[in-house]
Design a binder for this molecule. Structure first.
Ligand SMILES: O=C(O)CCC(=O)C(=O)O
Ligand SMILES: [Fe+2]
Length: 223
């Protein structure tokens, strides 16, 4: 069991209750200059609620080290992952096929919040647990063939604040931002076709972070 707690995260407790369903959740204008759409909604949960979700996710998600096959060699990542969905979808990435687990209560609540915030729908969620800033994710795009083409991906972050960056595949232009505790970022339209994204490692960050990317998988059921 993982025993990190939000109260050791040093996150500031804000008292104001954000009015989540007014004001479009404070959706930003498009952060990308062209070839895709990325909206940062900022922190959408009051800190105490974000802390509660962070702790609940650490405890209740079936975290596992990720397997990947790189140059035919099986490796295990330090980062932990989990995969949930409406149905036991099969999902392949890094050459390894996984099956989605049934939604937990917290995941369904979070899915509902971001569906209302964005006006999109999602049927699955990939979760990542980075134990510290030493763990990150290299440049990639989420263009797996099982994903709905140009579908929205809703990314919720809890725990340590981390930098996140986009790089245009041709011009190499880089756009970066910081993803806050309890924040929502949405990538959609042609973003995955034209831009890479990454979570850079940082030796300065000692605290864990949980990221949830809500996605739409085109149906492929396991028998
Ligand atoms: O941790 C993040 O913010 C991003 C994770 C990501 O890009 C992915 O799971 O595809
Ligand atoms: Fe990604």
């Amino acid at each position: 069991m993982i025993t990190y707690r939000a109260d050791i995260l040093g996150v500031n407790i804000k008292n104001e209750r954000m009015d989540l369903f007014d004001n479009h959740f404070g959706k930003s204008k498009n952060l990308l200059p062209k070839d895709g759409t990325v909206n940062y909604y900022g922190v959408i949960f009051p800190a105490q609620e974000a802390n509660r979700y962070f702790n609940a996710l650490l405890d209740s998600i079936a975290w596992r080290n990720d397997e990947a096959v790189i140059f035919g060699k099986k490796i295990m990542t330090k980062r932990k992952v989990a995969w949930y969905g409406d149905k036991p979808f099969e999902y392949t990435y890094s050459n390894v096929t996984k099956n989605a687990l049934p939604w937990t209560g917290e995941l369904l609540q979070l899915k509902d919040v971001i569906e209302k915030a964005t006006g999109e729908t999602f049927n699955s969620c990939l979760l990542n647990l980075y134990h510290s800033g030493e763990e990150g994710m290299a440049w990639h795009s989420d263009g797996e063939k099982d994903l709905k083409k140009d579908g929205a991906i809703g990314s919720l972050s809890f725990g340590a604040e981390r930098k996140f960056a986009f790089k245009h595949k041709e011009t190499k232009e880089v756009i970066s931002l910081v993803l806050g505790h309890g924040s929502l970022l949405v990538m959609k339209d042609k973003t995955q076709t034209h831009w890479l994204h990454r979570l850079p490692p940082s030796k300065l960050i000692r605290r864990p972070r949980v990221n949830l990317t809500f996605r739409t998988i085109e149906l492929r059921l396991v028998d």
